[in-house]
Design a protein around this ligand. Structure first.
Ligand code: AMP
Ligand code: MG
Length: 409
């Protein structure tokens, strides 16, 4: 009898793993380095955007009151007292009977409460004639239209994107406190593995899935570190895990987590004295899985089967990395999709179907590769959804409605 639970549900496994990881520490970085990073502070607007009322058009700023008698046949003529291009500050106050020529983006002068577009006026160098009454406030962008001073602009845990970086730049933020990016060590175990550039020997395969996992790790906003190939022996695996745990925030291994004679991961973890959290998850693919904690670091041991490893990484690795990266949204979002292709097999166990989001006639479809297999990486190309079939599902027809986790959408 093993001293750890065997065969958790996906939810139990996720909760157990999330309980063992926390947001990493934060660091201060320059705004231009912050795209895709996770904010570690709540930010408020130290000033308004725009900081002054401005004109959205080229035209004339004047007093609405002065236009009250204006009509098509008899315009009201005002005296132009100055011109204010964008970037300049008005020097004069607009009095009764006066107007200021104003260009897009320029501040509204004192006294004016209306902008009339050039197209709606007749003008000379000294005068402008208006042919319709205007309302106070018309064509004036108020202070703080975009953001008001003191408003919350971004919360801790927000993933920064281009729009938010622009907003923050507009507010004068040039340095930001962000969470450190998780460092993920990838260890590939298996006597059959050779490096990608090797000439293959009999019975060997190239270590392919490490490249796939490294890519998904990076897409989670983490840094991947390949730690090479380790044979199916407990001692070298233990040594590799110990070293990786020292140099990273999360260790991912592949291979050796089933019940075969050469499946050494649990033995290696026991040798280390790691705290094994559980073994196996009630799902397909990806059932072979071990989670452990060693020296405070989470160790997630994935199946060697590439698509099983990837599915387990999606369901458990992504939430763990999001938590460590400091994100507020840790769980994967679910949507309702239809199957773009029939799924011909029964699913006695809960099953996950990697695929691609496709929109047809306004409906979301999960497009699965035509050929699927646990040992195959090719069907994962372009994968951004993970469909779910509950345990006990019959074969599913094309168009069947199922739930799917959104991955990199
Ligand atoms: P295991 O989980 O060790 O039983 O491995 C399951 C299957 O995945 C075997 O066919 C392995 O050869 C294959 N495999 C293991 N590691 C990798 C890897 N890094 N890249 C591609 N295939 C692998
Ligand atoms: Mg193996």
């Amino acid at each position: 009898m093993e001293p750890y639970p065997i065969g958790l549900s996906v939810e139990e496994a996720r909760e157990c793993i999330l309980n063992c990881c926390a947001a990493l520490d934060s660091e201060c970085i320059a705004l231009e380095e912050a795209d895709g990073r996770v904010l570690a502070e709540d930010l408020f607007a130290p000033e308004s955007i725009p900081p002054f009322p401005r004109s959205p058009y080229d035209g004339y700023a004047l007093r609405a009151e002065d236009t009250h008698g204006a009509a098509k046949e008899h315009g009201v003529t005002l005296r132009v007292i100055e011109e204010v291009p964008a970037g300049c500050a008005p020097t004069k106050q607009v009095e009764r009977g006066q107007a200021v020529k104003i260009l897009t983006g320029a501040p509204i002068p004192q006294g004016a409460d209306l902008v009339v577009k050039f197209e709606d006026t007749q003008f000379t160098a000294e005068t402008v004639t208006i042919f319709a009454p205007g309302k106070s406030g018309e064509n004036i962008v108020p202070v703080g239209e975009d953001i008001q001073e003191g408003d919350p602009v971004a919360e801790r845990g927000t993933v920064l994107d281009g729009a938010m970086l622009g907003v923050l730049a507009g507010l004068g933020y040039t340095k930001l406190q962000v969470f450190r990016m998780p460092r993920v060590a990838l260890i590939s175990t298996g006597d059959e593995l050779m490096e990608a550039d090797a000439a293959l020997l009999p019975g060997k395969i190239r270590n392919s899935s490490v490249y796939t996992l490294a890519s998904y790790v990076r897409r989670c906003g983490a840094v991947s570190m390949r730690r090479g190939i380790v044979p199916d022996q407990a001692q070298p695996i233990a040594a590799a895990i110990a070293q990786a745990a020292e140099q990273s925030d999360l260790v991912l291994t592949t291979g050796g987590v089933s019940v075969g004679d050469y499946d050494m991961l649990r033995k290696a973890l026991e040798l280390l004295g790691a705290d094994i959290l559980f073994w196996k998850i009630r799902m397909k693919p990806g059932a072979a899985f071990v989670a452990a904690v060693y020296q405070g670091k989470l160790i997630l041991c994935l199946s060697g089967n590439p698509s099983a490893a990837v599915v387990a990484f999606f369901l458990l690795g992504i939430p763990a990395l999001r938590r460590m990266a400091g994100r507020r949204d840790v769980e994967l979002e679910k949507i309702q999709v239809r199957l773009a292709r029939p799924f011909g097999k029964k699913s006695p166990n809960r099953r996950f179907l990697p695929g691609k989001l496709e929109i047809r006639g306004g409906n979301a479809y999960l497009l699965q590769a035509e050929r699927q297999g646990n040992g195959m990486l090719h069907p994962l190309y372009g994968c951004n959804l993970l469909g779910e079939l509950p345990a006990g599902s019959p074969p599913m027809e094309q168009g069947s409605s199922i739930e799917a986790y959104c991955l990199f959408l």
